[in-house]
Design a protein around this ligand. Sequence first.
Ligand SMILES: NC(=O)c1ccc[n+]([C@@H]2O[C@H](COP(=O)([O-])OP(=O)(O)OC[C@H]3O[C@@H](n4cnc5c(N)ncnc54)[C@H](OP(=O)(O)O)[C@@H]3O)[C@@H](O)[C@H]2O)c1
Length: 299
Amino acid sequence: MKILITGIDGQLGNQLKESSLKGVKIIGLKRKQFNLLDNDHCKKTILELKPDWIINAAAFTAVDSAEKEIKKTFDINAKAVETLAKTISSYGGRLLQISTDFVFDGSKKTPYLPTDKCNPINVYGASKLQGENLSLKYPGTLILRTSWLYGPSGNNFCLKMLNLHNNAAKQSKIIRVVNDQIGSPTDTIQLSKICWELIKKQSNNEINERIFHWSNRGIISWYDFAVSIGKYAEEYGLIEKAGSVKSISSLDYKTIAKRPAFSVLNCNNTEKFLNIKQIDWVEALKSNLRIYAQRKLGK
Ligand SMILES: NC(=O)c1ccc[n+]([C@@H]2O[C@H](COP(=O)([O-])OP(=O)(O)OC[C@H]3O[C@@H](n4cnc5c(N)ncnc54)[C@H](OP(=O)(O)O)[C@@H]3O)[C@@H](O)[C@H]2O)c1
């Protein structure tokens, strides 16, 4: 089986490359080899390489910049996704499109089901939802929504927080983190496993559903996440001492884009279809920090 992975240098793309299935040939493409803003080139490349699957791990992920770069965001997160789906389905190939909890508005009080109504409240979420809808017109497209993605490499909250803890403790500063945005972190190692399992199952045509959810288990705030990152980073010797974290409200931390107040994904259908249990967010965090420590400190 041949699988084209877009955004191979992103945090998920990178982990997919490291964790692939046996017997799978991976073609991992960087932005300069496969630019989602160049639809003709993407189409030509797909038809030349004829992958069985594309995992689209590339996206315009800068949520605040998206509010200003609206056309570019929709071109990458929606228009290009349709090109991928249309082109690969023209010869019976399939697309696994990675999507986001930000397709929801956050007004629900219980975890979002794949069938719940979408109502994005920012440009990034709207562009990702349009990418879902446009690609679902073509047979063979699966959508995998995830939330609060982080891993042992890349640009993510966990690694940013690690730096902040390090500096805050040294300079006796306080880290302010919002406590009123509630969600579930997802580590790229677990998410990559789900991508591979979905591909295995769907290659045997075992799945009728088209939209899946995946995150680690647990419902927390960014504040809870920040405190735990400091605690376990200190335990694993990644930082000398965790900094002090102050819980603040979103009103005291203005961002350009609005964020949903509650974006927990209900992952029951994915657990059932794949016969895999979600991993508790603390266990996932500890295991990711251990990997990071091994790489950084050779421990
Ligand atoms: N991060 C989260 O918290 C989160 C939450 C929910 C869902 N998701 C979704 O999960 C997926 C993976 O996210 P991630 O966090 O791994 O993203 P990431 O680390 O920001 O990586 C995104 C990748 O997309 C590439 N890219 C951007 N513009 C491109 C273009 N025009 N053409 C081709 N490639 C382009 C980037 O290339 P460069 O390396 O050249 O910049 C980068 O490699 C995305 O679909 C995202 O929407 C993410």
